[in-house]
Design a binder for this molecule. Structure first.
Ligand SMILES: C[S@@+](CC[C@H](N)C(=O)[O-])C[C@H]1O[C@@H](n2cnc3c(N)ncnc32)[C@H](O)[C@@H]1O
Length: 256
């Protein structure tokens, strides 16, 4: 099975351009076995052949592996800290802001940032949001959300920034137009530079240590001095100085 798994990973890298070697092994193994079994396949060779010929199976595989759970203002108390840092640290420091929401899933995270910009009347902010997953980016651009993804959004904001659409909520064009979505793989693609804030949350938990450290190193390089890195609630950095960061709080780091 080990050899078969290695061959499958090499095949995925070649055919689907996804680097599974950087994802935590045990977790990945479990998820692949589970998604393969639900596709009715009994081994990885058969599963690879099915992925190759059936685009739906391919889609399900990629969706399952990339895990896109998210919500607006995820971990609200930490998002509040980020909002305070935008006002107290970034706005006084920079004339305009360039912000990156990396691994943005269906857009709840970058749209939360756009709502913060709107709320504080920060006009000159460019928000770039990226993810490895094409399908998820289509959904992000559509901007349609369920109640469960909006539980941290205040009633006033819900009224101001969303339209009801059946059982769902659609984000307004004013918020939508503040975010530019692009495809980007944190493991394989080059990183843009000159950001004043990078938000990269709940994705490095799936990466092996070496890959995670490489992502942190590249994020540090992509930030301007005095810019901020906002991590996920289980992704505190234990040795921030080694990446050129100074700790502002457990999940916020300043590029020094
Ligand atoms: C759990 S979601 C996190 C969404 C959002 N950042 C949050 O914290 O709510 C993880 C996202 O990482 C994306 N992802 C997984 N591997 C990636 C990679 N190598 N490069 C970029 N995005 C990746 C997935 O497609 C998924 O949308």
């Amino acid at each position: 099975m080990e050899l078969e798994f290695d061959i499958f990973k090499a095949w995925v890298k070649d055919r689907l351009k996804m680097d599974l070697d950087s994802y935590k092994e045990k977790q990945l193994h479990r998820r692949i076995t589970s998604v393969m079994t639900s596709a009715g396949c009994s081994d990885l060779k058969e599963y690879a052949a099915l992925i190759e010929k059936d685009s739906h199976v391919r889609r399900v595989f990629l969706d399952y592996i990339t895990i896109n759970v998210t919500e607006f203002y995820r971990n609200k108390e930490i998002f509040d800290e980020f909002e305070a840092a935008v006002n107290d640290v970034l706005v006084p420091r920079f004339n305009s802001l360039k912000i990156w929401s990396a691994a943005c899933s269906i857009g709840a995270e970058p749209y939360s940032v756009a709502m913060i910009m709107e709320k504080h009347k920060i006009r000159n902010a460019k928000i770039i949001a990226t993810d490895i997953d094409d399908t998820i980016l289509v959904k992000a651009k559509e901007g349609k959300y369920k109640d469960s993804e909006l539980k941290n959004v205040e009633a006033k904001e819900l009224e101001q920034y969303f339209h009801r659409s059946g059982n769902d909520y659609l984000i307004t064009d004013a918020i939508k137009s503040r975010v530019q979505f692009k495809k980007h793989d944190l493991l394989l693609d080059r990183y843009e530079k000159n950001f004043h804030a990078v938000i990269c949350r709940n994705v490095t938990i799936y990466f092996k240590n070496e890959a995670k450290n490489e992502v942190y190193r590249k994020i540090s390089e992509s930030l301007e001095k005095g810019g901020i890195f906002f991590t996920g609630a289980t992704e505190a950095i234990y040795n921030p100085a080694s990446f050129g960061f100074r700790k502002l709080s457990t999940f916020l780091y300043e590029k020094v």
